[in-house]
Design a protein around this ligand. Sequence first.
Ligand code: PLP
Length: 399
Amino acid sequence: MRHDHATHPDTLAVHAGREDFAELGVHAPPLDLSTTYPVRDLEQGTASFDALVGGAASAANPIYARLFNPTVARFEAAMARLEGTSDAVAFGSGMAAMSACLLAAGQRGKHVLAMRPLYGTSHHLLDSGLLGIPVRWVTAEILAGAIDADTAMVVIETPANPTLDLIDIAAVVRAAGSVPVLVDSTFATPVLQQPAELGARLVLHSATKFLGGHGDVIAGVVACDAEWAQVLRQVRAATGGLLHPLGAYLLHRGLPTLGLRVRQAQENARRIAERLAAHPAVARVSYPGLGTVANAHLVGTQMRGPGSLLAFELHGGHTAAAAVMGAVRLATPAVSLGSVDTLIQHPAGLTHRVVDAQTQQHCGITPGLMRLSVGIEHVDDLWADLARALVAARQAEAA
Ligand SMILES: *Cc1c(COP(=O)(O)O)cnc(C)c1O
């Protein structure tokens, strides 16, 4: 429980966010489901209310669960330690986290700059202008020139969804100058990269994915400095995009095994990627570990490893993709990723449907593209399942 001097993420993942256990006399995190808290000292209650609505991290009295919850706060404390930031703010989903960041951005500028590709719904949220702040799409090459006094934020995702292309975070931070950079680091997890160390002001995760890791929690979290955390807590208190304490409890419970899960899945993914690349039904495999994505040289520097997500293109296009979705038995044909079990999905038909056809084409989201989130099953069983599904793909292609 004493981890003040621990620096290794594997140790922090086990111990962080548990600092108050000795005082409480507990060994596992208490799950506090209270929606409201007694206020017997009105002066203290008023001061606490004002502090929490203003975005304070805690107060003498929690007052109301939309303002503070200790179970959620413990998960946040752990995430801040893992990302190397002073604070973290948790939300009811990755998109609630992204929305809070964009609402906060709207307070400080007139537009957001973003790079494609992004998670389908992030792209849609930005492109639709739903939150009142318009987006300008940029590339790494034109980013510096696109920054002006009205730029509120730069939004990137690396590794990107679903192409697995990597973006040089430090280069983006340099180009952005004083404009805050948000990195969606969902695919990497803090096990593989720490964007804040490279100068990102906001590190966003869909905690639904690897952080939860067991397919039973939907959540989001933003690791950031104290100044941003205060604004994000204000937005959360006002708009209510909360993480339920049970979700926070499950997330915190899962963090100790995050490193084990991520590294085992990554080992499997390396081997699956090689086997897919050699398979006659497969035209192309995009995997940072194979060097087949943009900026693959960042594996080993920005990223400690290539991760466990990959995308592959089937020769048979949409027909073959549909056959694979119907033929897998061990892998689950489903959206989402980062679970202990293997998930396979069709971006053009599912996650990236909300992205217009032109952007899909621009980002390489083709009818034959499949995205695979490799789990921690035995790799031989996984490959047997995929190989069987690829036979079905070739039969469908020939028919
Ligand atoms: C899933 C995902 C999101 C959205 O998160 P939800 O928890 O589904 O709201 C955002 N970014 C990335 C990269 C994702 O994979």
